[in-house]
Design a protein around this ligand. Sequence first.
Ligand code: HEM
Length: 157
Amino acid sequence: MRRFIDWAVLLGGIVLGVAACASMGEQESMGAPEKTMPSLYQRLGGRHGIALVVDDFVAILVADDRVSARFTALKPAEVARLKSHAADQVCAATGGPCAYLGRDMKAAHRGMNITDAEWEATVEDLVKALDKNKVPEKDRNELLGLLGPMKPDIVGQ
Ligand code: HEM
């Protein structure tokens, strides 16, 4: 008898558990549409928000003695191309609907012999541009985490 009661309790538990899961599924499918987390691209304000950050970033680089010579040497059309390609690159890397059509990072920085110190200065300037555009720390770190792995293709080429 004791055994029978144990089995009955176990079976009852299973039936209740299955019923609870099924009704939870029903609630989900009947309730509001599932909310998905906005992509980093969306949180940065889409292609337009990214372009604003890139504009500030390049202005900060141009004003930074540690790297300015790299950028003041460029013609206006080259600066425009750099900005447009950089914004497309960030857009594509953060989940946006853009295609990056610029050169790969090795080709773009080949022959420049960019140093570690210049890399550090550039990252600092990017952080300043993100701060200026009030990008939250979490989003900033997520973006830096996407760009960081590019360092070996950019420094010392
Ligand atoms: C995460 C770091 C970096 C990223 C994502 C990045 C990205 C880019 C992109 C997308 C381009 C345009 C490529 C093209 O138009 O085909 C570019 C060009 C350029 N980058 Fe970088 N870059 C980075 C770091 C640096 C650093 C540290 C320097 C120097 C201090 C630098 C200097 C330049 C210059 C001068 C150009 C223009 C090259 C040209 O027009 O010939 N970049 N970069």
